[in-house]
Design a protein around this ligand. Structure first.
Ligand code: NAP
Length: 220
């Protein structure tokens, strides 16, 4: 029974991912900022991905409780709607706050938790088509830059962790109806999370350093 840690498990895609992983028989550790927000059936782990000391303490708690991990899903993310509108007038603090959560968060998590991942372990970074360099847009520039950078982190982590037999991939869930995606998005969370579940449990073990949506490779 794989043991998988999901960040941003309180709501949206992360919460649905926990549900899907539990339904497949996994043990799920829910990374949440408030313990009461952990989905039913999960083991809550209080962490804020912008707090390096808290992330390190959380990794130590999991090392003591379990000693290992099979999967890490870096799902927690922010989009500062209203402030992240126009690249040519983008406030520096908006970019820095976005990068702190969406890029440095996954890096902190990988640095802290990779030592616990067993051979065959998997890291999935929840990215976005908005970060793709092949189809740039003017929409939410700080968010898109953060996901482009997350894709770069994914490629570098895949190389760094290949010798340990750990795969690292980026997953785009599509445009999904969540607090972030809004009510007009075409996909529901079940559909959006399915490709992440696939990467956690069903993708070939040697698939690494890729960017995928619904289990199919997409351009960086
Ligand atoms: P959401 O509904 O806004 O949920 C965001 C989650 O991230 C919440 O659980 C939130 O926790 C958590 N979070 C935010 N900042 C955090 C921090 N500093 N530390 C720990 N947790 C933090 O968003 P979503 O739509 O489910 O998005 C999940 C992921 O999918 C994100 O990485 C997003 O960029 C990506 N994505 C979404 C879409 C879409 O259309 N929805 C499309 C492409 C990619 P709290 O409840 O504590 O705030």
């Amino acid at each position: 029974m794989p043991l998988i840690l999901v960040t941003g498990a309180s709501r949206g895609l992360g919460r649905e991912l926990c549900r899907q992983l539990l339904a497949r028989g996994c043990s799920v550790i829910a990374g949440v900022r408030e313990v009461s927000q952990a989905p039913p059936g999960t083991e809550p782990l209080v962490l804020d991905v912008t707090d390096g000391d808290r992330v390190a303490a959380a990794a130590e708690a999991i090392r003591q409780a379990h000693g290992f991990l099979d999967g890490l899903v870096n799902n927690a993310g922010i989009l500062l709607a209203g402030a992240d509108e126009d690249l040519l007038h983008l406030p520096e603090d908006v970019l820095l706050e976005t990068l702190d959560t969406n890029l440095l968060g996954p890096l902190r998590m990988a640095q802290a938790f990779a030592p616990l991942l067993r051979k065959g372990g998997r890291i999935v970074n929840v990215s976005s088509g908005g970060g793709s360099l092949s189809s740039p847009s003017s929409w939410s520039p700080a968010y898109c830059l953060s996901k482009t950078a997350l894709n770069g982190l994914t490629a570098q982590l895949a190389v760094a962790l290949r010798p340990k037999g750990i795969s690292v991939n980026a997953a785009c869930p599509g445009w999904v109806r969540t607090d972030m995606g809004g009510p007009g998005a075409p996909r529901d969370v079940t559909e959006g999370a399915a490709g992440i579940t696939w990467l956690c449990l069903d993708a070939p073990a040697n698939l690494t350093g890729r960017f995928l949506r619904d289990g199919k490779e997409i351009p960086w």
